[in-house]
Structure formats: structure tokens, C-alpha cells
Design a binder for this molecule. Structure first.
Ligand code: DAH
Length: 393
């Protein structure tokens, strides 16, 4: 630590030989050369004091004792040495006094700068951050695998001119079923047995509230999109869907789909299969093969199921000499449903079924992610176990 001069020791002038409270005559100074040595002593005294270690308060005390207006040494010298000086000494006292004043001021200013930078230095040592201390390690999260797969698929469809739209997870039966050509007593509704919302009675308690349900697929967005927009339409719809399924390794009451819809005046079945094939090869790699089989969906005609040659056994049905565990020896894996938009659907959105044509598809994302990343239990997507999540940074 510094040992600054104490207030007591700043008693600037203590020697009786050069005491500025006495006059020159009292001190026996009668010749100019005596004046010079008198001032030299004073200056030496100052130099000694100013070269001691100083902090800001002791610097201020020192300054006051030398330059203070009322009783600083400089004032005392003016009062007791200069003013009453004999005429033949006045000139040299005046000159020496000026020199002393300049010396005091410049030296004190230099010391002030020193003192302050020292204070800064001390503060910087006190406040220093110890960079060698271990920091707080906040783990950085990453996107969930489902999000990543959404992104991958969106990028592929972006590259061929599709855009992304999203829609409500709570739907009316009209959008979820009727407008998709699934009338109330159609048997396919059984497959979609789902969650209806329990709604409070309407304020007048007479009319039944509009029914609402958690959407069972992303297909309602086909209708909502076409209602809003004239052809050409080229959209994909990523989102969450819900069904009253019992959880097991391949079922969950909430899962994810990407709907696709392309409608224009000249879309053919060839455009449809070409688009799907492009997507599948981008997603699984160029060596996979695709095939489609006839199927049935009320909102497409014809309807198909798309299969991909098993990416794990190279479409042979066998791996390492035994039956491929992924495709169970079938060599093909069922991917998703699709088809040409049923003309009946256009009727619900005021499109002219004679002028437009198009295709639609609905991809189960969880299933696709499981296939691509070799995951055998859909439940891991929802359990949020970091040991699982960490594998997909
Ligand atoms: N919505 C269907 C489902 O969830 C999937 C689907 C099949 C969507 C065919 C389509 C389609 O757009 O054309 O089972």
C-alpha cells in the first residue's frame, strides 16, 4: 500500500531559516545572492515533499499548503517577503517568486496525473476479472429432430417453388372433413376418431355451439389455402396433428405431418410423380427407387401410396446375410399417401374443376424421421430426454 504523507507532515515550511511568515529583514537577508539561496532552499523543501508517495487526498493537502490562496507558502512569501522587501531586493524576490510559482504549478500538475493513473491502476487491480476462474457453463440447446426434419423437407420443396403456410390446430369439422369430401357418415372418419373440444354452451343456451376438434391431419389447410388464393397454388403445410391413438412404438396421440398441394391449369399425373420422386431422392439419397400403389382417400382421385426402396438394405430385403430388420424383408417401405386432387374438392372452394388440376400429399414426419435416423420408438420424440436430443445437435 502507499504511505502517503500525512496532513501533519505537509506543514510546508518548518525551518525557521526560511520561514515565510517572517520578513526578509527578520531573516537577515539583505543581498540578492541571499535571496537566491533562500528560494533554492524553499524549492528543495517543496521537491522533497512532492516526491513522497501521494494519493489524491494527500496531494490535495500538499497543493493547499503551497498554493492555497489564504495561507499557502506562495501567498505567505508574497505577503512577507515580496511586499515589504527593500527596493533593491524587490526585483530578485519577484523573479524568484515567479520561477517558484511556475515550478510548483507544473510539478504539482505532473504529480496529479501520476496520482490519478496510479489510482486507476489500483482500481483495475482491485476490480480485475480473473479469467482463469471456471465460467458458468450454460448448455446451448439445439433444434428438436422433428424441427430439423421439417426444415430439411421445407428446403427441398422451397427449391422447386413451393412456399410454406401454417394453419390452426383447432379446426371445424367442415374443414377437417366435409370440405375434403368426407361427409358425416363416411366410414373413413372412423380412422380419424379424434378429440372434440368440450365447449361452453352458447350465451342464449338455445343454439348448439359450433363443434371444434383437434385437427386429425394437415389436409384442412388445402381448403383454407384454396379459399384464399386463386390458382396457381404451390404450398406445403408443416404442423402438428392429433388422433385418439393409444401410444406405442409407432403411435402417438400427437404427431406431425407436412401437407403438400399444387393446383394449376395444366398439372398432370407426370408432374405429380416427378415431384414426389424428386423429393424422395433429395431426402433419402439419389440411389433409392420409388413406386406407387393404388390406394384410397376421399379427397384425391386417383389416390396412391408412395413406397421407397428400403434405404437400409439397398432394396434387397436382406442385410448382413439375414432379413432386413427395417423393411422386414419386403425391400420396400411405405412412405405416405398422395393423389390427384378429387374434382369434388374444387367444388368446395369455387375452383372450376374443368379448368384446374393438381396433386396433394400428406407426409408423416415422425415416421420419416424414424426411418432416416434409425429410431425405433416414436415416443422418444415426445419424452424430451436430453440423452436422445443430444444425438441430434
Ligand atoms: N390426410 C391424410 C392422412 O392424414 C394423408 C394424405 C393422403 C394427405 C393423401 C393428402 C393426400 O394430401 O393426397 O391420413
Amino acid at each position: 500500500m502507499l504511505s502517503p504523507i500525512s496532513a501533519k507532515s505537509t506543514d510546508a515550511m518548518s525551518s525557521s531559516d526560511n520561514n515565510p511568515e517572517r520578513t526578509l529583514a527578520d531573516l537577515g537577508v539583505t543581498r540578492p545572492d541571499q535571496v537566491l539561496s533562500l528560494f533554492a532552499e524553499v524549492r528543495e523543501r517543496f521537491d522533497r515533499q512532492v516526491s513522497r508517495p501521494l494519493d489524491h487526498p494527500s496531494w490535495e493537502i500538499l497543493r493547499q499548503s503551497w498554493l492555497g490562496r489564504k495561507s499557502g507558502v506562495l501567498t505567505l512569501i508574497t505577503e512577507h517577503w515580496l511586499k515589504p522587501a527593500a527596493p533593491d531586493l524587490k526585483r530578485s524576490v519577484g523573479q524568484e517568486l515567479n520561477k517558484l510559482k511556475t515550478h510548483l504549478e507544473t510539478t504539482l500538475e505532473e504529480r496529479r496525473v501520476d496520482v490519478e493513473s496510479l489510482a486507476d491502476h489500483v482500481a483495475s487491480i482491485r476490480d480485475r476479472v480473473d479469467l482463469s476462474l471456471p465460467g458458468v457453463n450454460r448448455p446451448v440447446g439445439s433444434r428438436h429432430l422433428i424441427r430439423q426434419v421439417f426444415q430439411e423437407i421445407e428446403d427441398i420443396f422451397f427449391s422447386i417453388g413451393f412456399s410454406v403456410v401454417e394453419g390452426p390446430e383447432i379446426e371445424t369439422p367442415y374443414y377437417n372433413f366435409e370440405a375434403l369430401n368426407i361427409p358425416e357418415f363416411h366410414p373413413v372418419r372412423d380412422d380419424m376418431d379424434t378429440f372434440y373440444l368440450e365447449l361452453p354452451p352458447s350465451p342464449d343456451k338455445k343454439t348448439a355451439p359450433t363443434q371444434l376438434l383437434l385437427r386429425t391431419h394437415t389436409s384442412p389447410m388445402q381448403i383454407r389455402t384454396m379459399e384464399k388464393q386463386k390458382p396457381p397454388v404451390r404450398v406445403i403445410v408443416p404442423g402438428k396433428v392429433y388422433r385418439r391413438d393409444n401410444p406405442d412404438a409407432t403411435h402417438s396421440f400427437a404427431f406431425h405431418q407436412i401437407e403438400g398441394l399444387a393446383v394449376d391449369t395444366d398439372i398432370t399425373f407426370c408432374d405429380f410423380t416427378g415431384t414426389i420422386e424428386y423429393f424422395v431422392k433429395q431426402f433419402f439419397g439419389p440411389s433409392v427407387k420409388t413406386r406407387f400403389r393404388p390406394s384410397y382417400f376421399p379427397f384425391t382421385e386417383p389416390s396412391v401410396e408412395f413406397d421407397v426402396s428400403c434405404p437400409f438394405c439397398g432394396g434387397t430385403g436382406a442385410s448382413n446375410g439375414s432379413t432386413c430388420s427395417k423393411c422386414k424383408g419386403a425391400a420396400w417401405i411405405e412412405l405416405f399417401g398422395a393423389g390427384m386432387v378429387d374434382p369434388a374438392v374444387y367444388g368446395f372452394v369455387n375452383y372450376d374443376a374443368k379448368k384446374v388440376s393438381g396433386f396433394a400429399f400428406g407426409i408423416g414426419i415422425d415416421r420419416l424421421a424414424m426411418l432416416k435416423y434409425g429410431i425405433d420408438d416414436i415416443q422418444v420424440f415426445f419424452q424430451n430426454d436430453v440423452r436422445f436430443l443430444k444425438q441430434f445437435p
